[in-house]
Design a protein around this ligand. Sequence first.
Ligand SMILES: *[C@@H]1O[C@H](CO)[C@@H](O)[C@H](O)[C@H]1NC(C)=O
Ligand SMILES: *[C@@H]1O[C@H](CO)[C@@H](O)[C@H](O)[C@H]1NC(C)=O
Length: 365
Amino acid sequence: MGHKANNTLLLFSLFSLTLLVSLHQTRATKSHNVTPLKGRKELTKCNLFIGSWVIDPSHPLYNSSSCPFIDAQFDCQKFGRPDTQYLKYSWKPDSCALPRFDGMEFLNKWRGKKIMFVGDSLSLNMWESLSCMLHASLPNANTTFLRREALSTIIFQDYGVTIQLYRTPYLVDIVREQVGRVLTLDSIQAGNAWVGMDMLIFNSWHWWTHTGNSQGWDYIRDGPNLLKDMDRLDAFYKGMSTWAGWVDLNVDPTKTKLFFQAISPTHYQGQEWNQPKKSCSGELEPLAGSTYPAGLPPAANIVNRVLKNMKNPVYLLDITLLSQLRKDAHPSVYGVDHTGNDCSHWCLPGLPDTWNELLNAALIM
Ligand SMILES: *[C@@H]1O[C@H](CO)[C@@H](O)[C@H](O)[C@H]1NC(C)=O
Ligand SMILES: *[C@@H]1O[C@H](CO)[C@@H](O)[C@H](O)[C@H]1NC(C)=O
């Protein structure tokens, strides 16, 4: 008896619950336009770049062996890196969760559009990462892949989305003159190739520091002066200012989303994280917390200074600190030929995937 009554009660409760749920759904449908806005607002309040690294079973976002776009120099698993924990971290901003990357949503949003990364091999790193993330979401998508010295292209044909890489490590031009290769601080002819994009993601710095055999120029032209060398931070500031002037003159920010990929740190000097005998080699874990003992590299201040004085709003994808914490994320000796110790680029999958998750978050905001 009591049993039956209970059942009736239960049925009634279930009925009320169903009614409540459907009422709630009607409400939710009505306020449909409001709900996502609230989420967006929460993201806007959040500083995406202050947080810490956490182990997250949803990472890595792909396996390098199934991504057709990876350069050997980033494919650490293929070239024998024995540990895998570095693959499992995700970035957790202190005051919000990063939206999960959804390749189909990304491609639908950018349907028919052109995206271009412009800069050095850190741009290459990020370009290949984004392409692998998209490919992992849509493994059967038709793609075209053209890898060239100056301009490389991946097209997701079914969506008409073109993702290019324009290699120009200084952003300003290297001009071949009688005296040799001249780094011309006030010239940016290469910019003609960047016009008409729907999204531009720039980056430069590492090559400004190179000397000896890896230096990309023989002279610097600074206004009227032809110099054998100059202070590299001064040169970077002048080159960046030329770039900023080019962007302000040639890019319509209502048509083109503008990003600057902040300074990507290296880990050759263990004293920066209080381990003077070390480099990135053999590092298996990120630094805990959200401070890097050495502080920000001086080039980061230059980027901030230049962006602040621009007319066009350029979103600083401020990945410097969070990347400084990832001393474990470089190829080190697991590059193609096992001869070098690369503490400058990053393994794929790996850290650049986070840069792209942050790019994605910035676009959703
Ligand atoms: C990637 O896939 C290959 C081939 O299926 C597999 O052997 C390897 O363990 C995978 N790597 C990781 C890190 O899961
Ligand atoms: C790839 O292209 C072929 C030929 O145009 C088309 O039939 C197929 O549906 C495409 N694949 C996807 C996943 O869209």
